[in-house]
Design a protein. Structure first.
Length: 109
């Protein structure tokens, strides 16, 4: 767990709660090749994400929680349009940061 001052984050698209300080919590799990265990861990991650969001928290985008297009839009809130415009302009081939797949075809039109 890390406690951070909100004022230290000055980049426009970093999504943090509108508080003077925030708490960052990372849940680290032991790697496994057991597919049923992996499925339970990912389901647990999703449950933690949903509860965190209900409490007003945000998500650090590189995690083991797959987000839908609507969830990405909710995550970025009012900054979504600017982010989509920048993506169209600077990455028209959609090759940069493609892992999270934020931009489905209809989101970038």
């Amino acid at each position: 767990m890390f406690f951070w001052k909100r004022s230290l984050f000055t980049r426009p698209l970093v999504r943090l709660p509108d508080e003077g300080s925030c708490l960052y919590v990372a849940t680290l799990r032991t790697p496994t090749t057991d597919t049923s265990l992996v499925a339970r861990m990912v389901a647990g991650n999703r449950a933690l994400f949903v509860r965190n969001r209900e409490l007003g928290g945000t998500l650090y985008p590189f995690s083991a929680v797959g987000l839908s297009e609507d969830e990405w839009q909710q995550h970025y809130g009012p900054a979504w349009s600017a982010l989509a415009a920048a993506k169209r302009r600077y990455d028209p081939g959609r090759v940069l940061a493609s892992g999270p797949d934020l931009f489905h075809e209809r989101a970038t039109r």
